[in-house]
Design a protein around this ligand. Sequence first.
Ligand SMILES: Nc1ncnc2c1ncn2[C@@H]1O[C@H](COP(=O)(O)OP(=O)(O)O)[C@@H](O)[C@H]1O
Ligand SMILES: [Mg+2]
Length: 370
Amino acid sequence: MRMTTLRLRDFRGYQQVLLTPPEGVTVLVGENGAGKTNLLEAVHLCCLGRSHRTANDREMIRKDQETAAVQLTVERRDGKHEVGVRLFENARRRKIVYVNGKTAAKIGELMGHATCVIFSPEDLALVKDGPQVRRRFLDMLLSQQQRAYFYALQTYMAALKQRNALLKQGDFRQLPAWDEQLSAAAAPVVRLRRAACEQLNSRARTHYYYIGGREEETFGMRYRGGLSDSADVKADMMKGLAVCREEDIRRQTTCFGPHRDEIELTLSGELLKAFGSQGQMRTAALSMKLAAFDLLEAAQGEPPLLLLDDVLSELDPERRRRLIARIGRAQALLTCTDEGDFIGARPACVLHVEKGMLTQRESREDADNA
Ligand SMILES: Nc1ncnc2c1ncn2[C@@H]1O[C@H](COP(=O)(O)OP(=O)(O)O)[C@@H](O)[C@H]1O
Ligand SMILES: [Mg+2]
């Protein structure tokens, strides 16, 4: 897929911006705090209806403004798709999404029109932090891959909230009814997550071999949780909830279910989190993201947009070369603080970012042809 326009209005530090990236790699160069990541965040917001780095939408509205707007147009095999998001500081509806010029009734309608995978230094958290980060990684991937997953997850989370509210209120008569609902809602979530993990596992393993460059290091991703091997997810979830009921009542929260799932990461059988070096963890995170890229590409028959935030400078030249070779087929926005950082990336366009302004510098293609 190809991004043809990105428009921002009162988004973060930008008053008004129109970006029309060419095919291939567009490099955004600028000092720390210049606003490079903000541009990638705007693309992410258009693809997924949320930021990749904050859960607080209002943070993205430019200081002292009432509303922010972002709009993204992509050309795909089946034609043009236009998606937009508007955020409000003070309004009944804090967020409105638009698809092809029309207001969408639900955030979910945004999913799948424009898709992206973002790589950033914070990806290390995928390996180092708690299971929640890995669940979110899966959720973002699956939501972009199929809208049905996003709705299934929403249904599950809503049922979970209800059940937890009953536990807090001490109202246990309704629990069996909610156990049934929660279990029914858990089934598609667990099935799709399990399948995605299997596909991610084989692809991430291959990427790890390639980027890490060490045959003896075998990367593994495995879906773990109370329902990881279940043949009848709904029935087993009901059983699990029954077993945990006393504990749930005592702790006033639901202790069993896919909201507690984990994706276990291993290197040659050992837990990566416990035994991995910084370099191994970095390669693992990169491999997971590349695998997500593959899955989206396979599902949609064309590569998603690539957002590369300050990632090249962290890699040695050989890993950098390998990463660029792997993703060469996609359109990309790539940020860096130093022009030397993107050597090897063959940018089609270099933009300088400074205090809410973008200026075009040079075209490497022209330079090459000269
Ligand atoms: N809501 C906002 N309103 C105005 N400026 C903002 C807002 N949010 C962030 N900024 C500005 O954005 C800058 C950070 O942008 P960022 O894209 O993270 O920089 P970098 O180029 O290092 O990636 C900071 O200078 C900050 O002042
Ligand atoms: Mg940044």
